[in-house]
Ligand binder design. Sequence first.
Ligand code: GSH
Length: 239
Amino acid sequence: MMELRVVDLEKRIRDHLEKLGFEIHPLKVGWYNAVLSPAFHLPYLDDTLAFVVLSTPAMFDKAFKPFLRNGPLKKIRDPVDQCISHHLTLLRESLADQQVDIMYDYELLPNRKPKFLAQTAAHIAGAAYYYQRKDVQQDPWGEKKIYGVCIHPRYGGWFAIRALLLFPGVEVPSLLQKTPVDCVTTEEKRIELLEKFNFHWRDWSYRDITEVKEKYSEEQKTYFATPPAERLQLLTLQG
Ligand code: GSH
């Protein structure tokens, strides 16, 4: 019974979000909590079902531009964030029989910590490998603070982690954990990736560390490279 319900639930979420250019990956809260210090633990039972939600390059045309076309352009302060919360709210409404908690990547707790660690969640769910300093053996960075970065097997760095969906009423003790595809395998490439991400992130070259199947269009690149206040005037919203 339980398993069928979960398969059905996953299919409903997938059907709703994939056509909008999102990707979902299931995980158990216990897997996530197990790799983090207590300060970051999510207060759910270990077997609780969750999904990490990614936006793929297609989200821009399939969800974002239609969202802008249908809304009152001038009043929107955070169009990207609002587009995503709009669609996840609709999803939640379509799952009216389920309790769903949604945490967005842009949400902070009162102590300024993020509500959830998006890259850890993506790695643990098998969605995208989270490359960190500890994945490099001969570390050349001394005292410097080095941030890690997720790389997706299809989209390289051309995607974003947007949210975590949690189902407090649904426990999935037998969910199988997938390991993320390790697509940056050599020591040299991993060093190059972390160097690009930490010291040259503005040129976005880290996103092309692997061969990608699909990436942002020129229009989408220009959009995200432009300061938020000047973005909307860039877009051609017909069609
Ligand atoms: N808060 C603003 C909005 O909602 O429009 C800005 C949103 C924004 O630009 N977010 C970045 C993003 O989506 C940071 S996650 N970038 C896409 C990417 O880096 O791939």
